[in-house]
Design a protein around this ligand. Sequence first.
Ligand SMILES: Nc1ncnc2c1ncn2[C@@H]1O[C@H](COP(=O)(O)OP(=O)(O)O)[C@@H](O)[C@H]1O
Ligand SMILES: [Mg+2]
Length: 349
Amino acid sequence: MGNTIELDQVSKAFDGKTVIDSLSAAFEDGEFVAILGPSGCGKSTMLNMIAGLERVSAGRILIGGAQVQDSPPKDRGCAMVFQNYALYPHMAVRDNIGYALKVAGVPKLERERRIVEAARIVELGDYLDRRPSALSGGQRQRVAIARAIVREPKVLLFDEPLSNLDAKLRHGMRMELSQLHRRIGATSIFVTHDQIEAMTLADRVMLLNAGRIEQFATPHDLYHRPATTFVAGFIGAPPMNLMAVEGDGATLCLPDGTVLAHHAHRGPVTLGIRPEKIATGRGALTAKLLYREDLGSHSSLLVRLPGGQTIQIASPFGTEIGALDEIRFDFPADQIHLFDQKTGHRADT
Ligand SMILES: Nc1ncnc2c1ncn2[C@@H]1O[C@H](COP(=O)(O)OP(=O)(O)O)[C@@H](O)[C@H]1O
Ligand SMILES: [Mg+2]
């Protein structure tokens, strides 16, 4: 079984209010999974239940095939890294990393070996005698990670560990973390509300919405085959454009009769297209340009369709658009996503 994790109909309620709703999922041994979702959707609660910091209200949690939902945290083999990684300011890096081992009564020689190994993995080998105050934010975060991996956990749990770092540091830490995961090999779960972190770090992303899984898939599938309109609207910056249209078996039309695309669908449906997949500078459609931002690599355009709806377009033709106030474009047939209007579920298979 290795260090697999299985969630079997796990539920959590606080004061009678359901926060996690009969959630089932399986994580592979050594996999790096991100739990992504808006603030308050239950990410931390899910992680805390795996670690044993919160009890489940119902359901089972299995680590390496053994049920752990009733076990105390210390018996689960999980180590956690938090957003607020309070280090002991009066202790050197070496003692911060080794503190838990000391408390657990690990002999000095063994402790020193593991501290040096953990420090090597996070590339802090030369900083063991420094105090936290003499480290950068990124280095401090790495001490917190070393403190977790020094216990040689089966499972590493991260709860928004980069949220307090500035943008440049976060980018650097992202690259470090994915390399780090490969070196450690523990099954890792990384909670974040930041889609870029989730998409760049994880083998698979579990996208949560109000305590339920919207989609649990690779970053590629989340972007290219979103399972629901929620996923389509959450992943991507700016997110996918969504429009209510009517299919007559040959074309998809807006309520005012504008033909947006050719498709065999019949009946009402939600049409989705990503801003960066809209072909500009040619095509049968025109829209009024309301706003543009030139970002160098491309321009971000906000346009109004004839029927009144606004959509976003990411166009490589920044300056060529010039002072135009009308944009000509096209929805390529192979870039169209269809979703059921009632359920929000993907309608094209
Ligand atoms: N100890 C608690 N008591 C009551 N409600 C809680 C408790 N912990 C979390 N919640 C509620 O559960 C929901 C999910 O919280 P949380 O898991 O922290 O969300 P996230 O980490 O996705 O932002 C929120 O509505 C939050 O207010
Ligand atoms: Mg949280």
